[in-house]
Design a binder for this molecule. Structure first.
Ligand SMILES: C[S@@+](CC[C@H](N)C(=O)[O-])C[C@H]1O[C@@H](n2cnc3c(N)ncnc32)[C@H](O)[C@@H]1O
Length: 151
């Protein structure tokens, strides 16, 4: 998963929703032009801040992802790893507004082999006409959906 994100982030402005301890932010920062990552848990923010201190291209914001990223412009890659649940149409619209035209949206932690119908994440990412998306198996028990904003 991290190897895939490292590739997809290359040269792009990246937003990560949910930093946790900064593990993936550090990987994204290796290839991304810039990374903005948001975490609401203060203890995790403190640990992530230490971990990410050496990366000049990373900005770590504390608070709710939607509040912190509102009006921040659009990104070439948006990694959705926190803040999505409960899933609502307003959240999808807010997330899509963060993705620049042609930009990528990535959602990991998908259980492979599940049908699209009845899965609110798959229904949106794989069927929304604003996106072209593919589900990719990255480990025996983990799939990721990579979507490109086409409109
Ligand atoms: C799966 S972890 C993120 C892991 C991280 N992206 C990584 O790969 O290293 C999800 C994180 O999202 C945070 N989170 C959940 N909802 C959030 C919200 N609305 N705003 C900000 N952070 C949120 C949680 O506190 C948790 O640390």
């Amino acid at each position: 998963m991290q190897a895939l994100l490292r590739v997809l982030a290359t040269g792009r402005g990246v937003a990560e929703l949910g930093t946790a301890y900064g593990e993936t932010a550090a990987v994204l920062a290796e290839t991304a032009r810039s990374v903005v990552t948001v975490e609401r848990d203060p203890e995790r923010v403190a640990l992530a801040r230490e971990r990410l201190a050496g990366f000049a291209n990373v900005e770590l914001l504390e608070g709710d992802v939607f509040e912190q990223l509102r009006g921040r412009g659009s990104f070439g890659l948006v990694f959705v790893d926190g803040g999505l649940r409960p899933v609502t149409e307003e959240k999808w619209d807010a997330i899509l507004a963060l993705v620049e035209p042609g930009g990528l949206l990535v959602k990991d932690d998908m259980t492979p082999g599940r049908p699209i119908d009845g899965d609110e994440v798959r229904e949106f990412l794989l069927r929304d006409p604003r996106l072209a998306a593919a589900e990719i198996l990255v480990a025996p028990e983990m799939a990721v959906i990579v979507a490109a904003r086409i409109r």
